[in-house]
Design a protein around this ligand. Structure first.
Ligand SMILES: N[C@@H](CCC(=O)N[C@@H](CS)C(=O)NCC(=O)O)C(=O)O
Length: 204
């Protein structure tokens, strides 16, 4: 199958990490397309014009990182692996909830990068502040302990959060997200050393 990625996309990284952790990397051919520079080529594959997108071996299109991850996880389970999406309603909900929060951070952080790439006169301070506030609030919420974060946890929620924090390091160094957040900092330090995380670093 073919996975369309951009090396800087945190959503594409999430899919790649899940695939590696589930032993599927050899089943996947990566194709790099930039959403803006290769817009036509990408739109011909994914009508949303976004990465990641997956084309299965029988030509079926799968879009949205959460759907791609669920599909890949299912494939891995059919080959005898344990699921990374949780067993039973409460584990499943906790993992999906963490993924949704992490995806929200990624989305706001990504849109901030897009906004600051526009001509200064067109940039919206209102939207930048609103997205920054969403990221800050969500990080504080995660730091508050309302969501259980175990350093050794490996599941789709923790993969998504690692990608979100990695993206903040990559694109929003100025946010200094670790300041005043010892729990998240300690949690992320385990991820920073993980093989699948190191193998999917965005370009330096
Ligand atoms: N909800 C989508 C978000 C994907 C997304 O926003 N991808 C960005 C790159 S990080 C993109 O391709 N944006 C291009 C666009 O929106 O035009 C997912 O989880 O796959």
């Amino acid at each position: 199958m073919e996975l369309i990625v951009s090396p800087t996309s945190p959503f594409a990284r999430k899919v790649q990490i899940l695939a590696q952790e589930q032993g599927l990397a050899d089943d996947i051919t990566l194709r790099k397309l930039h959403p803006i520079e290769n817009a036509d080529e990408l739109a011909a594959i994914n009508p949303l014009g976004r990465v990641p997108a997956l084309r299965t071996d029988n030509g079926q299109l799968v879009v949205d990182s959460s759907v791609i991850c669920a599909w890949l996880d299912n494939l891995a389970v059919s080959r005898g692996k344990a699921t990374l999406l949780g067993e039973g309603p409460s584990a499943c909900l906790a993992i999906q909830q963490l993924q949704a929060l992490a995806d929200g951070i990624m989305e706001s952080a990504f849109l901030m990068v897009m906004e600051r790439g526009r001509p200064p006169a067109l940039q919206s301070g209102f939207w930048q502040e609103r997205r920054q506030a969403a990221v800050t609030r969500t990080l504080d919420y995660l730091e508050s302990g309302d969501v259980e974060l175990m350093p050794t946890d490996l599941h789709l929620g923790s993969i998504a959060l690692a990608c979100a924090l990695g993206y903040l390091d990559f694109r929003h160094d100025d946010m200094q997200w670790r300041a005043g957040r010892p729990l998240l900092t300690a949690w992320f330090s385990h991820w920073e050393a993980r093989e699948s995380f190191l193998a999917t670093q965005p370009p330096g």
